[in-house]
Design a protein around this ligand. Structure first.
Ligand SMILES: *C/C=C(C)/C=C/C=C(C)/C=C/C1=C(C)CCCC1(C)C
Length: 240
């Protein structure tokens, strides 16, 4: 019974708990603030709230798995990512289409690449669990990383790069540069977690702490950037 209580010295467990609360608060915030946004931005805030809402549910379960078994909640983690990453790709696409004419094909390319990235990461990580194929760890990591680099390529050098400073509103430009930062800097925290978590024998504490931090940055902080752009949009328009 004692096992199911949160131990104050279990800092990874505490970080799971903090994340659950933060995701809940963020969801409520984006949802309520949707009222202050205009037009297309309302949809962006709804998507931001869906991302943190889905993550909140998974964090409650992940915290439970961690506290009761002391093991990485890998399956919940990846189910969460498989649901929220496509939503974030949708968010990127919404922002891009607010700035320029982008073909639906770009959306599908980004979606397929992100799924390849997650499925390979999952296969690599479950291989480390009991009965898994441990030999998958680094080959899968390499394929996943290539898929991520492809996404970066599409955003910086592909179709999306045609977007320049002259197109779109100031608010959508701000959201677009945030998007680029998230996909390069923000998302890089995940492969770093994988490396620190598994290289040299494995360290589940570090793995989960880094993944939790990454989710905070890429789901909550990203949502806040979208929110800032969304709520500044009407003011900018009125000035013109
Ligand atoms: C809300 C969840 C998000 C934004 C999750 C993003 C996950 C990644 C960017 C994962 C990346 C990985 C690689 C680039 C290599 C293989 C291992 C992964 C799956 C951790």
């Amino acid at each position: 019974m004692e096992k199911s209580m949160l131990n104050p010295s279990d800092f990874v467990g505490v970080s799971f708990w903090i994340m659950s609360a933060a995701m809940l608060a963020a969801t409520f915030f984006f949802w309520v603030e949707r009222d202050r946004a205009e037009g297309k931005w309302k949809t962006s805030l709804s998507v931001a709230a869906m991302v943190t809402g889905i993550a909140c549910l998974h964090y409650f379960y992940m915290r439970g798995v961690w506290m009761e078994t002391g093991e990485s909640p890998t399956v919940f983690r990846y189910v969460d990512w498989l649901l929220t990453v496509p939503l974030q790709i949708t968010e990127f696409f919404l922002i891009l289409s607010a700035i320029a004419v982008v073909r639906a094909q770009l959306f599908w390319k980004l979606l397929v690449a992100s799924i390849v990235m997650l499925v390979t990461g999952y296969l690599g990580e479950v291989g480390q669990m009991e009965g898994g194929n441990a030999g998958h760890l680094w080959p899968m990591f390499i394929v996943g990383t290539l898929a991520w680099l492809y996404i970066i390529y599409e955003i910086f050098a592909g179709e999306a790069s045609k977007i320049n400073a002259a197109s779109g509103t100031a608010a959508s430009q701000k959201a677009f540069s945030a998007l680029r930062l998230i996909v390069t800097v923000g998302w890089s925290i995940y492969p770093l977690g994988y490396i620190y978590g598994y290289a040299g024998g494995g360290d589940v504490d570090t793995l989960n702490l880094i993944y939790n931090l990454a989710d905070f940055v890429n789901k909550i902080a990203f949502g806040v950037v979208i929110w800032a752009a969304a709520t500044s949009a009407p003011a900018k328009k009125a000035k013109k």
